[in-house]
Design a protein around this ligand. Structure first.
Ligand code: FMN
Length: 232
């Protein structure tokens, strides 16, 4: 088309001017979008820096290995903001059909804790300044049609694990407790039949510790628990 006069190629002279303007406007628009995007990403980066100092960021595996069953707590209370974050981690957990069949009771007052200690007789349990009692609601849980399997236990396990890991990230410690007196805790919480107390989760600053490298010895090797593919 190089043999065609420019005015013919663009149709008319004014069209050529308009096209240039359009290109200029489009270029300016794209530049503005880029700047906006940079500003947005900067805002997110700043937020990340405020929330997590770089030295605090650990990989998921590090976090999971750092979590352990703490059986000696500092009596100092858990800060309300930290407790809220732990509960939020529990709240957002996935559940079958998203039914979220759980309820969390936070026990913190000296009077309530004294009563709660009666449901699990271990000296170390009395050192916990805060206990979250996680209950499963069998009326709300999903039951698989094929065999009626109630998924309440699974859902409660997931939300509890979310909370233990969030607590670990906040340098707090926890311990799953299921070996408690069911009838006593039912009475304390005045639970209806469909609500099952499933986990007592003490939360607090630890006075004991565990080696994050202990899983090499303390867990079964993958070779023992893993299979690839279907059996022949
Ligand atoms: C479902 C469940 C129930 C548990 N119940 C108790 C309990 O009643 N008392 C207790 O001291 N620890 C209890 N534990 C803690 C386990 O003993 C502990 O997780 C396990 O020994 C591994 O140690 P670690 O958590 O320090 O890695 C329970 C853990 C799970 C997951």
């Amino acid at each position: 088309m190089s043999h065609l006069p420019r005015s013919i190629f663009f149709g008319r002279g004014f069209l050529r001017t308009d096209s240039r303007k359009a290109i200029e406007i489009a270029t300016a628009f794209i530049a503005t979008l880029k700047t906006l995007r940079q500003l947005i990403s900067l805002a997110f980066c700043e937020q990340t820096v405020i929330t997590y100092k770089p030295e605090q960021i650990m990989s998921f595996l590090e976090l999971a290995k750092r979590r352990y069953s703490c059986r000696k707590y500092d009596p100092r209370p858990v800060e309300a903001e930290k407790l809220e974050m732990i509960l939020e981690a529990g709240r957002i957990a996935p559940s079958a059909v998203n039914f979220q069949p759980w309820h969390f009771y936070v026990i913190q007052s000296a009077d309530d804790l004294a009563k709660l200690y009666q449901v699990y007789h271990r000296e170390w349990f009395t050192t916990a300044p805060c206990v979250i009692v996680i209950c499963g609601d069998h009326n709300q849980a999903w039951k698989r049609k094929e065999d009626g399997k109630d998924h309440c236990d699974i859902d409660v396990a997931i939300t509890t694990d979310h909370m233990t890991l969030k607590a670990t990230e906040l340098e707090l410690a926890t311990c799953w407790i299921c070996n408690f007196n069911v009838a006593k805790i039912r009475a304390l919480l005045q639970l209806p039949d469909h609500m099952e107390p499933m986990v007592l989760l003490p939360v607090g600053y630890p006075l004991d510790s565990a080696d994050p490298g202990r899983h090499g010895e303390k867990r079964k090797p993958l070779s023992e628990i893993l299979s690839y593919g279907l059996p022949a």
